[in-house]
Design a protein around this ligand. Sequence first.
Ligand code: SF4
Length: 401
Amino acid sequence: MAQLEAQKKLKIILENYFVGMKAPVAWCTSAGPAEILRALGFEVYFPENHGAMLGATRLAGKYIPKAHRAGFSGEICSYLTADIGAWLMKETPLTNAYGLKSIPKPDMIVFNTNQCREVAEWFNFYGREFNCPVVGIYPPRYLEDVSKSDIDNVVAQFKEVISVGENVLGKKLDPHELEKVVALSYEGTQLWKQVLDTARKKPSPLSFFDGTILMAPIVMLRGTKICVDFYKETLSELEELAKTQQEDSNQLRLYWEGMPIWGRLRSMAQFFNDNNSVVVASTYCNSWIFDDFNPKNPLESMASAYTKIFINRGENTKLAYMEKMLNDFDIDGIIFHDAKTCFNNSNNRFGLPKRLKDSTRIDTLTIDGDLNDLRFFSDGQTQTKLETFLEQLKSKKRISV
Ligand code: SF4
């Protein structure tokens, strides 16, 4: 796909975000309660985004060994090891990209183990480095159903975030500000959903690989008008683009389950394009759709939204979610990415591919790799596996190749 205008605008938005980041700064996990921090008056920084940046710029390979030497295992999250390694070497891609001397210094750190326990170790490391307060949210995990007591549990923990934040800033949270931020988060997340839903069209104006770039504002700037305006413009651009495209019934439509391989986004996008196929949907990009946000009930609705994320659910709920996605996006085949340093986001390990195949008849393929640590990824083997898989899907669709 030709570069979207939205991608050019995104560069400016990200530059303004990083260059304009001034104290007080709170660090937050990507599905943490950023709305509370923003409403309190913090600028919010997301170390996972920094980890992804290290992967996408292929600097991760330089920094990961430094973290290993500092005692972090080679088998744990390579966002964590790349990010901590870069910190220990006093380097960041934010220097070349935006002229920042260093990553923003935190006045407070908040993590939510709704995604994994790794974030607790990662963020507590920085709490020790910066000697600042760290608040962890530990919700009930791997839930099929989310009960009222689960939500109450998380709301109580959010109140602790508010209390610590108020102490750091020396002022009280304005409840109206929180309502305003949650309303903007809701609007942003619904627009993001509509952006991703443009990929239901045939051919899709958007691929998973575009989505991994365009998702930056919903992760880093949700709860702001900048995010809302960006997705309004992106949506209208994609809708216009979709009108100009001719349907191609031979094109294969794929689903990506698992983490992106950040250092191979471009080459993989090109590979699928060259093979008349497109990854139209993914669990990953859809993970920042939070239907439950409600400004009339900010804390409970946030607790519900952040506890119900896919990664925090049981296998039956994951199966039902994926069945719906496969149907909504008219998927021909599913690619599971077994990311070696993130078992949390590698859903091929407990029989889900077979259960999905049994219930939907849609073929699946598992590829080995990693989000950041490219020692776990083989270009040649992956290409061969994917080529064979696509041939199989094409013959199933009775497409002449
Ligand atoms: S979910 Fe995976 S990639 Fe994300 S922080 Fe946790 S271990 Fe790392």
